[in-house]
Design a protein around this ligand. Structure first.
Ligand code: ADP
Ligand code: MG
Length: 695
């Protein structure tokens, strides 16, 4: 067996390869572009392209592609081969700097929310040299950003990079105030924990709902679900273990730091966590991880489900976005320090995050809003739809002491003086384990737990970075003008705690009492995508996002439309699939069972005087359920037909929420009832017990 240390990153054009294949001058120039964003000149691009091509061909690649992340949520690619005709009928392999730097995919069918219509018909992709190129399936992948010709972002990477730049700029201002002038840049880092389900592929093939929508639209609960809690961290079954080993190997070859793997709460549910990385790289790698997960599953005759709620009644899948801010010198700004000054700096950044989450609850909520994730949030298995911050009791007590100007802790007599006192040591354990909080401080980072398993992590991090950048800007504006820095700092932190402590909640987020309490505190409860998404266009959000150059106003409106369109299209496909399954599979199956039972009655009655009470009762029950399913399907058909006549997108999304989804629930309820009284051999597709316990 090859050693991991030998094949790790073997498919990546990383720093090692750059150093080995580029001249010193070209390497240095490229490094400057990567580290500092200085423009790349074409001779350097040509040299890099040539080296990349030679390396890729050596590894068996024949094609290259500009890989990008349009707003569909999945990545897109168009492959071009390296071949170029030579005069004598042969081909030579070519790849120029121009082809590396810029691509022009025929992008007219990617969602642009009207942007391209307003501006320019075509978009182009631009090489993102901060994310390494890699080889997958015989193709050289070049990570790129996707823009319109007038510079509007048509993807998720451009605004993510802009948000990282915004927080960099503002955090540097703050660090300077603390006398820290040697830091050149700050970066946000993310470690996304990825949950997923594995089901047997032969069973998957028999379910139109899984094929068309990624989730089951019907299915009664099996006798055993997740109530035994015997799956979480349980021993991994051999077939799954083989899958995970294969997956690790593929990810490692791509330079992805896959680190932790284990079973999750629900049967057939698992998790994979990489070691954290710069947000931009983490986003690319998470996108790639999701893709590889699905591909490797097929080799094991499995299907990897990334949907947020593949099965009703058992836990869905999320993605925990572990987020921190650190300097180029490796200092984590969310880590409590050892000196009074470091502590004061930590508390300022902590206060900034608290205020950012409170001021921009709506942006954080909508950054994770999708039709799939709506099934999880607030369903007592994932954080509620209300955003709050968990700090743990000890840190909360520190903030409380600062706010009220009183001594911290039982024995202390002195008040906490920022910039003078050292923070009390608080143990990591107490800040660690509240799994019900949407946004939890975990010792030296925040864990944003609301993301859905299929979400791109870009959206959440764009808004998180933007919100924190905005608060840091407000803080820096104030502190830069202060005559007495320490006093101003103390007052600012105190005021921030006072004004924003409503967002801090350390209790059980699954408790209904919290939702009532949150309402009293004036926190937002945006239950669905239809409720959340329009808030991106609220004046305060538009002003904030445009002022940091993260989005233009046109981009914001286009994004709202794209996300809402995604929501309504997703639900519409689900509704149509349900009708199809009900009419063509479920109702005929139940009817056949009823008919067979009825003919059994006549046969029985012809030879005996049996009353056939059981059979007669069953046939009546089945017939009633068939009628119920039929009318529920008709109601859903009517809702879908009406939905199609609504042209205004916000209205359409509200109609989906208020009419289509409830009609789907009604049809499902009738069908699930029918499933519980229909003989297993008649049921037209594998039921929950087979799917959940079949691997
Ligand atoms: P748990 O399930 O206990 O929350 P995991 O080990 O599954 O923890 O995942 C924790 C994630 O947080 C990992 O991806 C890890 O690399 C990441 N992480 C650790 N430290 C930081 C940090 N300073 N900034 C960002 N992410 C971090
Ligand atoms: Mg984990």
């Amino acid at each position: 067996m090859e050693k991991v240390t030998e094949y790790f990153g073997s498919m990546v054009f990383d720093d090692r390869i750059m150093k080995a294949t580029l001249s010193e001058k070209v390497y240095k120039s490229l490094k400057r572009t990567i580290d500092r964003g200085t423009p790349l000149d074409i001779s350097v691009a040509n040299a890099v392209a040539a080296a990349m091509k030679d390396w890729a061909i050596e590894k068996g690649a024949t094609h290259y592609t500009h890989w990008f992340q349009p707003m569909t949520g999945v990545t897109a690619e168009k492959h071009d081969s390296f071949i170029s005709p030579a005069p004598d009928g042969r081909v030579i392999m070519e790849f120029s700097g121009k082809e590396l730097v810029k691509g022009e995919p025929d992008a007219s069918s990617f969602p642009s929310g009207g942007l391209r219509a307003t501006f320019e018909a075509r978009g182009y992709t631009a090489w993102d040299p901060t994310s390494y190129a890699f080889i997958k399936d015989g193709t050289l992948y070049i990570p790129t950003a996707f823009c319109s010709y007038t510079g509007e972002a048509l993807d998720k990477k451009v605004p993510l990079l802009r948000s990282m730049e915004a927080i960099n700029k503002q955090a540097l201002r703050i660090l300077k105030l603390f006398g820290n002038t040697s830091v050149k840049s700050i970066k946000t880092s993310v470690g996304p924990e990825q949950e997923y389900f594995l089901v047997d592929r032969d069973m998957w093939k028999q379910r139109k709902d899984l094929i068309m929508t990624g989730r089951t639209l019907f299915g009664a609960m099996p006798p055993k679900g997740q109530e035994m809690d015997d799956h979480y961290f349980g021993s991994i079954k051999p077939r799954v273990a083989e899958y995970m080993a294969d997956l690790d190997r593929e990810l490692w070859k791509l330079g992805i730091l896959a680190k932790t793997k284990h079973n999750e709460v629900a049967p057939a549910q698992h998790e994979l966590a990489p070691i954290y990385d710069t947000t931009n790289i983490a986003a690319d790698h998470n996108q790639l991880t999701m893709e590889v997960m699905q591909k490797v599953a097929l080799r094991h005759n499995l299907v990897c489900l990334l949907h947020e709620k593949p099965f009703a009644g058992v836990n869905g899948s999320g993605k925990h976005n572990n987020w921190s801010i650190s300097t180029d010198q490796g200092e984590n700004l969310l880590s409590p320090g050892e000196t009074p000054s470091e502590n004061a700096q930590f508390l300022l950044f902590l206060a900034a995050v608290i205020k950012a989450v409170d001021d921009y609850q709506d942006l954080l909520r909508l950054s994770v809003a999708t039709a799939g994730n709506d099934h999880r949030l607030g369903a007592n298995e994932a954080p509620p739809a209300v955003i709050s911050v968990f700090l743990g009791d000890e840190l909360t007590a520190v903030l409380d002491a600062i706010e009220k100007d009183k001594p911290y802790g039982g024995t202390a007599k002195e008040k906490m003086k920022l910039g003078v006192d050292v923070l009390p040591q608080f143990s990591k354990d107490t800040t660690d384990r509240n799994r019900t909080s949407p946004f939890a401080f975990t010792g030296n980072k925040f864990e944003f737990r609301m993301l859905g398993s299929s979400n791109s992590i870009s959206c959440a991090n764009i808004h998180l970075n933007a919100a924190v950048a905005e608060v840091l800007r407000q803080f820096a504006d104030k502190l830069e003008k202060a005559k007495d820095f320490n006093k101003a700092l103390h007052d600012l932190i105190r005021k921030t705690i006072k004004d924003h402590k409503r967002i801090i909640f350390n209790g059980n987020g699954y408790d209904d009492a919290w939702i009532a309490e949150a309402e009293k505190r004036g926190l937002m409860n945006l239950k669905t995508t239809a409720d959340a998404m329009p808030h991106i266009c609220d004046k305060k959000n538009v002003e904030m996002l445009t002022s940091h150059g993260i989005f233009t106003e046109a981009e914001i409106f286009s994004r709202r439309d794209i996300m809402l369109e995604n929501y309504i299209k997703t639900v519409n496909i689900e509704a149509v699939t349900m009708i199809d399954m009900a009419r063509k599979e479920i109702i005929p199956a139940v009817a056949k069972f009823a008919a067979d039972t009825a003919s059994a009655v006549s046969v029985k009655k012809s030879v005996s005087k049996a009353a056939c009470k059981y059979e007669t009762g069953l046939v009546t029950q089945l017939s009633d359920l068939i009628d119920e399913m039929d009318s529920a399907a008709s109601a859903l058909e009517k809702a879908v037909a009406e939905f199609r006549t609504i042209e205004v997108i916000v209205e359409a999304s509200e109609f989906i929420r208020d009419t289509v989804l409830p009609a789907m629930d009604a049809l499902r309820a009738a069908a699930d009832k029918a499933e519980t009284v229909t003989a297993e051999t008649y049921w037209p597709f594998p039921a929950y017990d087979k799917l959940l316990f079949g691997v």
